[in-house]
Design a protein around this ligand. Structure first.
Ligand code: NCD
Ligand code: ZN
Length: 336
């Protein structure tokens, strides 16, 4: 039987710029009603002007109907006036610790100095989206960062806080302690562990930040998502890099999952016998946390097997060469 998804949303998405934007954005636009667009361009999106220019570039690529780009602003010190001016044009402000991931050098170096801007976000009711990793040992970064999340949640109790792309059992436990906190979960962190990346021949295509963790962590994420946790939202963290940046010494971090996201989620939920919880994960939870009304769009998934191509242009997609048992009706932009 087909699955109908009402207004699916991708709440964490990298669309890039230029040629790469042209290649990848149509996949998201075809399958989702909207997406939260990350601001970590080579020149971060850190002003109203840049938000407008980036939104215009996305609209020029995807058209202006059928896909809502929910824009984010790169966290730095902002004045109350800066934030008041940009508030209606963004869904939130995205905080990166400096240097922790792709194009995050302009991020936060000293967390003791962010309080004033975070207080303004709380006052203006602008959500704060956080890449929650310390600079510690790679497998412990997310867990170590929980103390920063705790400080944020306790110091700014009215702030709507989003833990982005959580990967650990500890993050799920943390989430359950604070009602005003939500989290995004990627497809790949529901499917893989560190073993898939480094347990055999090294796999650049699934190397990403945060790194996938242990089977226990993956199972905790799965369990919470499949049980319909009301504050877990799907965010693909689809992060394309061309092959020459992946297949070299010093591989860029990021998994390009936009073309396979909904089919692979459908397969996961249906096989687990939890299909009834998929609509909340890919839409309703995000709509209620962010209080958004995206353009109406119904996406039909069919139980038809297809083989994921080895490449889209110069980018290797997640699950390349694998067969997925579900497909989106009219899923792909016409050139593929
Ligand atoms: C993302 C990217 O390439 O922009 N990379 C990644 O591994 N997830 C940045 C990010 O979300 O960390
Ligand atoms: Zn990301």
């Amino acid at each position: 039987m087909d699955l109908l998804l009402d207004t699916p949303l991708d709440m964490h998405l990298h669309l890039r710029e230029g040629e790469m934007l042209g290649l990848v954005a149509p996949f998201s636009a075809a399958q989702f009603a909207g997406g939260v667009v990350m601001p970590n361009l080579v020149q971060p999106v850190d002003s109203l002007e840049r938000v407008r220019a980036y939104r215009a570039a996305i609209a020029a690529t995807c058209g202006t109907t059928g896909f809502a780009p929910y824009m984010t602003l790169f966290f730095r010190d902002y004045t109350s006036q800066d934030l008041a001016e940009v508030k209606d044009e963004i869904i939130g402000v995205k905080l990166y610790p400096a240097g922790i991931t792709t194009q995050s050098e302009a991020g936060v170096r000293d967390f003791d100095r962010i309080g004033a801007t975070v207080a303004l976000l709380e006052e203006l009711d602008i959500p704060l989206l956080v890449h929650g990793e310390t600079g510690g040992f790679v497998m412990e970064r997310e867990q170590e960062f929980l103390k920063v999340y705790q400080w944020l949640a306790e110091t700014f109790p009215r702030l709507r806080l989003v833990m982005e792309h959580i990967t650990t059992a500890a993050a799920i436990e943390f989430l359950d302690r604070f009602d005003q906190v939500a989290a995004t979960v990627t497809l790949h962190h529901l499917l893989i562990t560190l073993d898939d990346i480094a347990g055999g021949l090294l796999r650049q295509d699934i190397f990403c930040k945060p790194i996938a963790k242990t089977p226990r962590d993956r199972d905790a994420l799965r369990q919470a998502v499949l049980a319909g946790h009301p504050r877990l939202m799907f965010g693909s963290d689809s992060a394309p890099h061309p092959r020459h940046k992946k297949e070299r010494l010093g591989c860029a971090a990021g998994v390009f999952s936009a073309p396979v996201a909904l089919p692979a989620l459908a397969e996961l939920f249906v096989e687990a016998g939890c299909a009834e919880h998929l609509p909340a994960f890919v839409s309703a939870n995000a709509r209620s946390f962010y209080r958004i009304e995206p353009p109406a769009k119904t996406v039909r998934l069919e139980p038809i097997a297809w083989r994921v191509p080895d490449r889209y242009g110069e980018v290797t997609p997640f699950l390349a060469g694998k067969t997925i048992g579900w497909g989106v009706k009219a899923p792909h932009p016409s050139q593929f």
